[in-house]
Design a protein around this ligand. Structure first.
Ligand code: MG
Ligand code: ZN
Length: 217
């Protein structure tokens, strides 16, 4: 019985995700679902992406957090439309929440929608939101063994961003071992090595963002 209830929740989520996707496609918006642990740099990567691309693309942001509007305020200072979803304790975003957030965004004035999921490496990977691309961030201080502990997210990601590369000299993060393990789970994901602090790798990342935007049109 419990299994059936869970299945119903997931299929309702998938229906809503498809509705979101159809709306986004009709508005020619490319949407990214950005996932990571707390503190890996989701907001930092969103801010760097806005700064790099805001002359070329109209960007909108949905911020998912358990509580607070701290990240939404940071994004809003960049002059882009942003909607905050406070999940009130829930550890992931669901498609219904995205559907409601889309109602309060100026969809005719957005080309690229960046969705910051709740900081969590487990269940965000199980809930489709209607996005075109799933982006997973892992930061150097977390260690490369996360790829073994949370294989689902690594296997479903379209892009994997290793952030905080500037901290590599001070951390135990074996880049070749990580790349080998990640490739073992996911042969197609693009893998980027970036630092939002120094700007390393941001150009390669934004080039991929732009190519993903032109492919989803
Ligand atoms: Mg954040
Ligand atoms: Zn969750």
């Amino acid at each position: 019985m419990e299994i059936k209830v869970l299945k119903d929740i997931l299929s309702t989520n998938d229906e809503m995700a498809e509705r979101n996707r159809a709306l986004l496609d009709s508005k020619k918006i490319t949407a990214f679902n950005i996932m990571s642990s707390p503190g890996s740099g989701k907001t930092s990567l969103i801010l760097e992406t806005i700064r790099a691309l805001k002359k070329q693309a109209r960007i909108g942001v949905i911020e998912g957090d358990i509580a607070s509007t701290i990240d939404a305020q940071k994004v809003s200072r960049e002059g882009v439309p942003v909607v905050q979803i406070n999940t009130g304790g829930e550890c992931h975003l669901e498609a219904g929440q995205i559907g409601r957030a889309l109602e309060s965004l100026p969809l005719d004035e957005i080309d690229l929608l960046l969705i910051e999921n709740v900081g969590n490496l487990v269940c965000p990977g199980e809930f489709r939101l209607g996005e075109h691309k799933k982006v997973l961030i892992l930061s150097v201080p977390e260690g490369e063994d996360k790829v073994h502990k949370y294989p689902l997210l690594f296997s479903v990601a379209d892009a994997i961003v290793i952030n905080k590369m500037d901290l590599l000299p001070y951390a135990r993060f074996d880049v070749p071992a990580f790349l080998k393990a990640a490739r073992g789970l996911n042969r197609k994901a693009r893998i980027f090595q970036v630092s939002c602090a120094t700007g390393e790798g941001i150009r390669e990342w934004t080039r991929w963002v732009r190519s993903a935007m032109s492919r989803s049109k």
